[in-house]
Design a protein around this ligand. Structure first.
Ligand SMILES: *[C@@H]1O[C@H](CO)[C@@H](O)[C@H](O)[C@H]1NC(C)=O
Ligand SMILES: *[C@@H]1O[C@H](CO)[C@@H](O)[C@H](O)[C@H]1NC(C)=O
Ligand SMILES: *[C@@H]1O[C@H](CO)[C@@H](O)[C@H](O)[C@H]1NC(C)=O
Ligand SMILES: *[C@@H]1O[C@H](CO)[C@@H](O)[C@H](O)[C@H]1NC(C)=O
Ligand SMILES: [Cu+2]
Length: 352
């Protein structure tokens, strides 16, 4: 993935011509990042050595297949977290367990929602071909998504055309082992033997790819999110969604676009391989936002340690520890802020 500088600059030029206006923001910030790096060198991590994370549709078919093969490989390896979660049967499930217990993680390709928001089921990410992450589920009549606390007139997002097991693609035979725990979109998912969702509950991967939800992830909304919120508190608030005020946000919007089981489950959604591409795009949007004003934003954290401050907790700080369990142990939040040299140099990547 390490590329010579000449090729890198040529690619920046291409992105600026071919991309949407959020891609343009990303490309335009790279000179600012270069300047910042000149003043704040990050050891061996430079623009030239950094891994470039690409949009799914910009990968070659072989690269897409390599990615899904790697996910299938994780699904074939034994779990390390079975003692914590009897339902964890594979290395892939370890990620789900850590999420249920704690937090999300990132992989190295992303899904630019805005490119496909008109009709996500036709996107290379979710069209169901051999080079996608599998597509929609069999049609199964079901109700829409009931968004908690949202104003009456928009509370229910009408369902898409799926709802059953995915019909094709690399994950057609995948078994979901963990969950459910808190399911927003389907009412007929068999319950987990444990209340915390960590018990063993094998079933197929279901989706309801939903363009009525994808309206929350258009390029315009993403652009406004990045350009109209100048501190972390507001950036995070608008990104996560303010359901009560009728903003579902790009975060929930992307989850609702995948929907189904476990995609429609707040805790267990990482058991759908598409989750990682969604969250990597969130990481990208945060990265683009940071680069608009690196001095102020690189280390800007906000909000409380617990979600929605429930139970009540102190404000998060850069010195808090994030527990990544078997995936990486305790990591200081400060070490997760920069994609350039974070975690003692282990994080070194940029986005297109
Ligand atoms: C799914 O399982 C069927 C039946 O065993 C098999 O023919 C097919 O190749 C499998 N597909 C994938 C993508 O693994
Ligand atoms: C996005 O915003 C631009 C500029 O404000 C506007 O011209 C365009 O119509 C918007 N696109 C959509 C799909 O709403
Ligand atoms: C937490 O942050 C908020 C918003 O910045 C601030 O109003 C509040 O006083 C802080 N709470 C504590 C306990 O520091
Ligand atoms: C930089 O050094 C760190 C620490 O030795 C290493 O983990 C990382 O892989 C190196 N990164 C690059 C881009 O060479
Ligand atoms: Cu999420």
């Amino acid at each position: 993935m390490i590329r010579p500088v000449v090729l890198v600059s040529a690619l920046f030029a291409c992105v600026a011509v071919a991309g949407d206006k959020v891609d343009d923001l990303a490309a335009a910030s790279l000179p600012k990042l270069k300047e910042w790096l000149a003043k704040n060198p990050q050891g061996n991590c430079t623009l030239e050595t950094a891994v470039r994370r690409k949009e799914w549709g910009d990968l070659t078919k072989q690269e897409r297949k390599d990615y899904t093969d790697a996910v299938l490989c994780l699904q074939a390896k034994p779990a390390l977290t079975s003692a914590l979660a009897p339902g964890a049967k594979s290395r892939f499930d370890d990620y789900v367990v850590i999420h249920i217990l704690q937090t999300g993680i990132n992989h190295d390709s992303y899904w630019n929602w805005g490119r496909y928001a008109d009709d996500p089921v036709k996107s290379p990410v979710l069209n169901g071909d051999d080079y996608s992450l599998s597509g929609d589920g069999y049609p199964v009549p079901h109700a829409g998504i009931n968004v908690p606390g949202a104003p009456e007139s928009i509370r229910v997002i009408p369902p898409g055309n799926g709802g059953g097991c995915v019909m094709s693609g690399p994950f057609v035979n995948m078994t979901v082992n963990l969950g459910p725990r808190l399911q927003f979109s389907l009412s007929d998912v068999p319950p987990n033997p444990q209340k915390d969702g960590l018990g063993y509950n094998p079933r197929c991967l279901r989706r309801d790819i939903n363009k009525n939800a994808a309206i929350w992830t258009t390029t315009n909304r993403t652009y406004d999110l990045i350009t109209q919120n100048n501190n972390m508190h507001w950036f995070q608030t608008v990104m996560e969604g303010q359901f009560v005020e009728g903003n579902f946000g790009v975060h929930a919007g992307g989850h609702f676009t995948i929907s189904g089981d476990p995609g429609g489950d707040f805790y267990v959604s990482p058991s759908d391989p598409a989750f990682y591409l969604h969250h990597t795009q969130l990481d990208r949007i945060w990265w683009i936002w940071q680069m608009q004003d690196l001095e102020k934003r690189l280390l800007d954290v906000a909000k409380t340690r617990t979600m929605a401050n429930n139970p009540p907790s102190a404000n998060g700080t850069l010195d808090d520890l994030s527990n990544l369990g078997v995936l990486g142990g305790d990591v200081r939040v400060r070490d997760l802020m920069s994609t350039m040299g974070g975690m003692g140099g282990k994080l070194c990547y940029i986005y297109e």
